[in-house]
Structure formats: C-alpha cells, structure tokens
Design a protein around this ligand. Structure first.
Ligand SMILES: [Zn+2]
Length: 233
C-alpha cells in the first residue's frame, strides 16, 4: 500500500496559513500505520521494522520514524533500546475489565453534567463529531475503522470537556481507551451499533436531560463492553 495524499482535508492553522507541506507526509504515513495497527494488520505485540515500512509505503526513514514516535506517545507502539519498535501488546482481560469499570464510574456521571450545561453551540459540536463517524465512506475498510476509533475518542473527550472536570477528562484521555479497545476486534459491528447509541446520547443532550444522558451513556459503555468481550474467547 502506497501512501497517497489521503489527508486532503488539511486544517488551516490559527495564523491563517496552511499547515506546512512537510507535515502532510508525516501525517499520511502516521495515518497509514495507525490504520494498520487499529485493524490488526500489524498484530498486537508484533515487531515493526522501519525498513519494511519504507518499502511498503515507499517513503524515506524520516517520516516513518516521526510517525512511530507519535504512535509511541499514544501508547500504540513501544520502542526498546537497541531492539526497535513493536506494536503495543493487546490489553489483558483484567485490564479490559478495569478500563470499563473506570469508564462506567466516570462517563455516565460526566454525561449528566454535560447535559445540565448543554447549549446550542456545544450540541452542534457534538452532533458534528458524531456525524463524522457516520459519514465516513471510502473503499479502505481499515482507514474507515481507524477513523471511527479516533472520532469516537474525540466525541467522548468532548463530552468530558463539557462535563467540566479536567481531572476526569485527563484520567480517561491518558488511558487511550479507544485505541486499545478498538484494537481488540476489527469488525463493522463494533462501529455500526455504536452509532445508534451515540444518537441516544445526543437526543438526551438535545433535551438537556441529565438523567437520560446518564442512562444513555451507561448503556453505550455496557454495550460496547459486551460487543468486545468475545475477543477474549
Ligand atoms: Zn462511543
């Protein structure tokens, strides 16, 4: 798979200029490797050799090293001195249970708080980011799946932002929860069912109904857990 100009929707930086062209190549390389990690083409725990990525993506070493460094920061890639890179191992069943327990303790309550302070602007932002997951189309299933994982992370993080507790938001963000759980299974069910659950959360936000938001978030997290549990069979 060659890296083409996949990220044509470049964002404009606050100063008004376009983001430098040189970052675009790193970005494309990053997206390509990210998609392979999320879709399990690069299996959890497996070695990642820079040389083989150079060949496969037809780019030089530099953007690949930069992209791997960024993935390391996101907990998806581990670098060992003198040995090199490998994909982060799959989370254990115990860790999975702990993550979902943490999410269930924090996110439903945060959703209720976000609903209590919901306004048109915030609702529009959330609808936009939920819509981004539904709209994604394209032939590359891996890329679609990895985009969904990222958008889901952003959607949940925005709700945490609106819940207005920085520590709760940081705690969840630090776990890179969505990257780990989406890597458990590469299946359209993981994404399709979540869309309806997100709509239920949005409906509660639209009605500024904290109790409904809490319940919809709890249901979404419980269902997400149940969808992914078979990965441990
Ligand atoms: Zn979600």
């Amino acid at each position: 798979m060659q890296v083409t100009n996949a990220s044509n929707a470049r964002e404009v930086d606050p100063a008004g200029g376009r983001i430098q062209r040189s970052t675009s190549l790193v970005e494309d390389v990053y997206e390509a490797i990210f998609a392979q990690l999320m879709s399990l083409k690069i299996a959890p725990g497996s070695r990642i050799t820079v040389d083989s990525l150079v060949k496969e993506l037809d780019v030089s070493h530099t953007p690949i090293r930069e992209a791997l460094g960024r993935l390391e920061g996101e907990g998806l890639v581990l670098k060992t001195h003198l040995i090199g890179y490998r994909a982060a191992p799959q989370i254990t069943r115990r860790r999975f249970d702990e993550l979902y327990e943490l999410r269930l303790l924090l996110e439903p309550h945060a959703a209720a708080k976000a609903a209590a302070s919901m306004d048109e602007t915030k609702l529009a932002v959330l609808q936009e980011s939920a819509g981004g997951m539904a709209r994604r189309e394209g032939k590359d299933e891996r890329l679609r799946y990895s985009n969904f994982a990222r958008q889901d992370a952003i959607f949940h993080d925005r709700i945490m932002e609106y819940a207005n507790n920085g520590l709760v938001r940081e705690t969840l963000a630090f776990q890179h929860t969505h990257f780990h759980i989406f890597r458990l299974m590469f299946h359209s069910r993981v994404t399709e069912e979540a869309l309806d659950e997100h709509q239920a959360i949005l409906a509660a936000f639209a009605a500024s109904d904290p109790a409904a938001a809490e319940q919809a978030m709890r249901r979404h997290i419980e269902h997400s857990r149940d969808r992914l549990l078979p990965a441990f069979d």
